[in-house]
Write a protein that binds this ligand. Structure first.
Ligand code: NDP
Length: 324
């Protein structure tokens, strides 16, 4: 059987290709993929600029949702609705921008009852990451009704993080470089807006304390500025690098204000923590707000969308419909 997929044949850009069952990788479960999603890392992988794939040819797409077609695993039966985020899809194992994929059974999780397959991919890696940030902040002792800032607010992780934190009763400042998104960010629950440039400017390691905590998707000077403005014993969950991978600060925020820097990884996140995060997403994430930040696009537009997300022009979440 032949099917469509977004494939990087070698280091460089990926494109729509026709594959057949003989191209499927090793694995014990074959999934009829219905949806995937667009994340910043997908932009890097599809454009070929980010050295994401570790072998070639590689099917891109770090997330997938669909229905089990064939299973050699006792854990899954044909007809089960499943999803995967991360676990090396599009890096060390072919990913979700395809109509069919063979995967390892231990990466699969059942579709959460509260969400449709499309909504599961609207959440995807971005939503899981946002929830892992919230859980880490709570674990660090975030008080109720805290004041927080979310950077890269117009993006996927940022939008879901704002919705979650506002829904939990926190006062959220959204940092964005796009004035046209102010109304949208307020509709997700942001109480105030901070201009991206304000945090992108060089700052001292300690500035006037302003927030109890933060979720940072930008890195570099933005993360340093956020750390400098975090109150005594506050915490910052750092998950992204949309603005760079460096961190121009000193130890001052950590040793003089007791600020905690919490590193977040969603790719190899242990299954137990993933399950806890998805359970909280089912409980805490407003499906209505999720739908309001989601657009749906066909597989054929992925190469174009990859350029858009790297240019910072995507708003919220993009779901990719993989079935032709
Ligand atoms: P998006 O592209 O959807 O969002 C990123 C946002 O960052 C943009 O919308 C923009 O927001 C802002 N931004 C973009 N470029 C710059 C820049 N040069 N300087 C400052 N701000 C910028 O990406 P995602 O939400 O999918 O991912 C966000 C980040 O988190 C990425 O770096 C990604 O790699 C990382 N990530 C990490 C994960 C992990 O497991 N650690 C998992 C998922 C994502 P605005 O226009 O509003 O300013």
């Amino acid at each position: 059987m032949s099917f469509q997929a977004i494939v990087a044949p070698e280091p460089g850009p990926a494109a729509l290709r026709e594959l057949s069952d003989s191209d499927l990788p090793e694995g014990d479960v074959t999934v009829a993929v219905s949806h995937s999603s667009l994340n910043y890392k997908d932009g890097l992988a599809v454009s070929g600029g980010g050295r994401i794939a570790r072998s070639y040819p590689m099917v891109c797409g770090i997330d997938l949702a669909g229905v089990v077609e064939q299973s050699d695993s006792l854990a899954w039966l044909p007809g089960d609705e499943v999803l995967i985020t991360g676990w090396g899809l599009s890096e060390s194992h072919p990913g979700g921008y395809t109509e069919r994929q063979r995967v390892r059974s231990e990466w699969l999780m059942p579709r959460p009852a509260a969400f449709s397959p499309q909504q599961c991919m609207a959440i995807g890696t971005a939503g899981l990451t946002a929830m892992l940030c919230v859980l880490a902040l709570e674990h660090a002792g975030l008080p109720a009704e805290s004041e927080l800032v979310v950077t890269g607010a117009g993006g996927g992780v940022g939008g879901i993080a704002i919705t979650l934190l506002a829904g939990l009763g926190h006062n959220v400042a959204a940092s964005t470089g796009r004035t046209e998104l102010h109304d949208y960010l307020r509709s997700l629950g942001a109480a105030s807006i901070v201009a991206r440039e304000e945090l992108a400017q060089p700052s001292k390691p300690l500035e006037s304390a302003r927030w109890d905590g933060a979720i940072d998707t930008v890195g570099s000077q933005t993360l340093a500025s956020v750390l400098a403005r975090t109150r005594y014993r506050g915490a910052v969950a750092a998950c992204g690098r949309a603005g760079g991978t460096d961190l121009p600060t000193s130890v001052a925020p950590f040793i003089l204000r007791g600020v905690s820097l919490l590193g977040i990884d969603s790719v190899m996140c242990p299954a137990q923590l993933r399950a806890a995060a998805w359970s909280r997403l089912e409980h805490d994430l407003s499906a209505q707000r999720l739908d309001a930040m989601t657009t749906v696009e066909p597989l054929s537009r992925v190469p174009e969308l990859a350029e858009e997300i790297l240019a910072g022009r995507i708003r919220g979440r993009v779901v990719i419909e993989t079935a032709g």
